[in-house]
Design a protein around this ligand. Structure first.
Ligand code: BTN
Length: 329
């Protein structure tokens, strides 16, 4: 977990809010009710944790550089959400953020708590696949949700998350689109994946954990050889590294915005937004679902989030499965 004390976090937040500007030691001590000596001590402690804080006589302090880390200390000053990220559980390394989030959810974690790791040793994808999570390259997090939804509607949240991640990627300057149900692609290659898990009774959801993995600064050699032609990252697409903390904040912010829209306007708004951003409809697809292969044209997303595919036998309704785009992706 992050090592900063609450007072160090206050000093850091104050400096982060000042942006490029210098703030005097006096202003910090007055505002935070600390002695000047205490401010200096906290600045030194923050420097020890990798923050570059300039100190110039008669001008004060300025936050010049933050470490490439996704802890609460880095994210909180940038995050302006009401629920998502209310608590950030940060780890240098975890097996899987979703496994940790599920444990926390079973122990009573609140709606919006986030587990984030710099590396995963057992990152999981959909259908039992492995999700590569090399240290400090990407953004991998899981969010605990406690939605007021019947279990049958929980899959809607997977589509909500795909729209949010697609939005954050578009804000980062890449032309991202969604492959049903929730893979996010750029130029036909996967840049982000979402894994949704839940615990429920027949009529009530206890919790939903949404796990999000986005390839941010992964290089081609960070992917397993067999995935290199199918995977991409922001770094590969933009030709240079992206600030991971800013990107993580953009994802969490977009997730909250789209969760709010889902809660307020229902699935209709999500369905419309998903259709606008998808790269599946109108394409020839191969769907592998329940041990059978369906080849046809993806024609629509229905009112429950199922994919409708027209094949030789008519209209097939797919609730879960893997889609391969056969051409035009
Ligand atoms: C997929 O496309 O197959 C889903 C990939 C989901 C990966 C994320 S990374 C954070 C969270 N923790 C995991 O173990 N998996 C998800």
């Amino acid at each position: 977990m992050s090592d900063a004390t609450p007072s160090e976090e206050l000093v850091l937040t104050f400096l982060a809010e000042a942006g490029e500007a210098f703030v005097s030691g006096e202003a910090i001590s007055d505002k935070l009710g600390l002695t000047r000596a205490a401010v200096w001590k906290h600045v030194e402690a923050l420097r020890g944790q990798g923050y570059r804080i300039e100190a110039v006589p008669a001008r004060g302090y300025r936050l010049a550089e933050v470490p490439d880390r996704l802890g609460p200390l880095e994210l909180r000053p940038l995050l302006n959400t009401h629920d998502v990220g209310r608590e950030i559980h940060w780890y240098e390394e975890l097996g899987s953020t979703s496994d940790r989030a599920k444990e926390l959810a079973d122990d009573g974690a609140e709606h919006g708590e986030v587990v984030i790791a710099e590396a995963q040793t057992a990152g999981r994808g959909r259908r039992g696949r492995v999700w590569a999570s090399p240290p400090r390259r990407n953004v991998t997090f899981s969010v605990v949700l406690r939605p007021d939804l019947p279990p049958g509607r929980a899959p809607e949240l997977t589509l909500v998350a795909s729209i949010a991640v697609c939005e954050a990627l578009r804000q980062a300057g890449v032309d991202a689109g969604i492959k049903w149900p929730n893979d996010v692609l750029v130029g036909g290659r996967k840049i982000a994946g979402i894994l949704t898990e839940l615990a429920a009774e027949p009529d009530r959801v206890h919790w939903v954990v949404i796990g999000v993995g986005v390839n941010v600064n992964a290089r081609a050699e960070d992917f397993p050889p067999e995935l290199r032609g199918q995977a991409t990252s922001l770094l590969i697409e933009r030709g240079g590294p992206a600030p991971r903390a800013l990107f993580a904040v953009a994802c969490l912010t977009a997730l909250e915005e789209w969760l709010d829209r889902h809660a307020e306007e229902g699935f209709g708004a999500i369905r419309a937004a998903w259709r606008e951003r998808n790269v599946t409809l109108g394409q020839q697809v191969l769907v592998q679902a329940d041990g059978r292969d369906i080849r046809g044209t993806a024609v629509d997303l229905d009112e429950q989030g199922a994919l409708l595919v027209r094949d030789a036998g008519g209209l097939q309704r797919i609730l879960a499965g893997d889609v391969t785009l056969l051409r035009g992706a």
